[in-house]
Design a protein around this ligand. Sequence first.
Ligand code: FAD
Length: 447
Amino acid sequence: MAMPTRAKTVIIGAGIHGLSTAWHLAAKLEAKGQGGGQDIVVLDKTAIAAGASGIACGVVRNNYFQPAMRELMAQCVEVWESDPKAFSYHPVGYMQISPEAMRADVASIHAQQKEIGYESVFVEGAAESMDYMKGLFHDWQAKGITSVLHEKKGGYANNTAAIYGLASKAEALGVRIMTGIKVTGFKTGHNSEAVTAVETDKGPIECDQVVVAVGPWVSQIWNMLELPTAVTIKGRDGALHEGIPTWRYWCLEEGTLGVDPDLQKTNDGKMPPVIHVDTDAPLHSDVDGSLITEEMWGIYYKPDFNFGGVQGGAMPYKVETPVNQVALDPYGPESPDFIVGDDFAHMWCSALAFCQKRFEGQIKVYKNEASGGLGCFTPDSFPVFDCFRENVTVIADSNHGYKMIGVGKLIADELAGEKSRLLEPFRFSRYAEGKLHPTSNSPFPWS
Ligand SMILES: Cc1cc2nc3c(=O)[nH]c(=O)nc-3n(C[C@H](O)[C@H](O)[C@H](O)COP(=O)(O)OP(=O)(O)OC[C@H]3O[C@@H](n4cnc5c(N)ncnc54)[C@H](O)[C@@H]3O)c2cc1C
């Protein structure tokens, strides 16, 4: 495909957000009789699904303690449900299984899910939770659990298949997706901050608007746009906290147990919901009985034919290297630094055995292949969706984002001049204004 020298809209990044935005914007323009995607170009330095979207576990859930996140996720689930086949989406549901320290938080999630009409069942009490779980899995044995939230919607999608599904939809409407083109900078006009052209390693592309959807690489593009590398946050007590870095990295730890995915079927032979367990019960090794942790811990897992086993992960860890020195490339399984090791396999497989007897002694079939990857987080670990420099929209999902397939739809509305109520709580100005999201008691940075 010939390198364009001009496009009305340049979208950087061919992951879930860039492609969802391209598809929805093209559909919107076509519906208005304004030509579809002919004037939209998506650029990616590597390939479609080369970033976090292509390695994500693919879990889609509503379970969020923050009302704004929950409302947004309900909108995203509607987009997943709009074409399950094209998005390789499995609507098996999702379960949050929690200890006493999280019970009140999860009860409020359930109450608010009721309010927005998002179907879920909430079970409270240790014995009641055990009964409910044994009703699904006869071998359930997790300790320290006093509540179960069972979301009937959500589930998971096959990571790359969904992204290719989005790419096909965008291309069918005339969007050009150009891979192997790296954005290296931006040109600005004389009398404004607005970007007039995107510079690439294959030459500049003049444009009217830019969408940045580069996942973990957002800190690099942010620097090219000369946006602030630190923020001042107004705390809940009104005190100002200065010099908080805008970005930081966490490493996501995931892996696959190479069992037959059918092993995880429910008592009645159905494919099970995605399981997420948090607990403060001590975790002991399934290999030698030694103590792994007495701190609160959590895991998630699902049977997945795409990964070829039971796939899932545990809590991520913070990357302490200064942001600009973190080696982002090569990304994902190719990274020499940010892939899981034996410690993860030991912990996660022991945790699976802690939850269900069928996983006892199965660490021997853990797939010893490189997995995991970096996520770029904002100061409060919630997304930033905002417009900068007059015409640059940044989609920085703080690693919440594979499930957020609907964000591109709302961004497309904003590009067409219609402000989105659902995106409003995610503006960058919330830090200075102290409009922060409530935080939960979960051990994960994105709950
Ligand atoms: C191991 C792991 C598991 C995860 N599991 C889940 C999950 O189960 N559920 C969930 O909701 N979320 C999950 N996430 C988070 C989710 O994957 C991300 O939040 C989301 O995929 C980000 O999408 P994106 O479109 O912003 O970026 P990406 O998918 O990362 O795409 C960005 C693209 O931008 C391109 N790019 C970067 N820099 C440039 C440049 N200079 N020029 C041109 N192109 C560039 C890259 O090549 C890449 O293809 C997971 C993340 C990881 C790492």
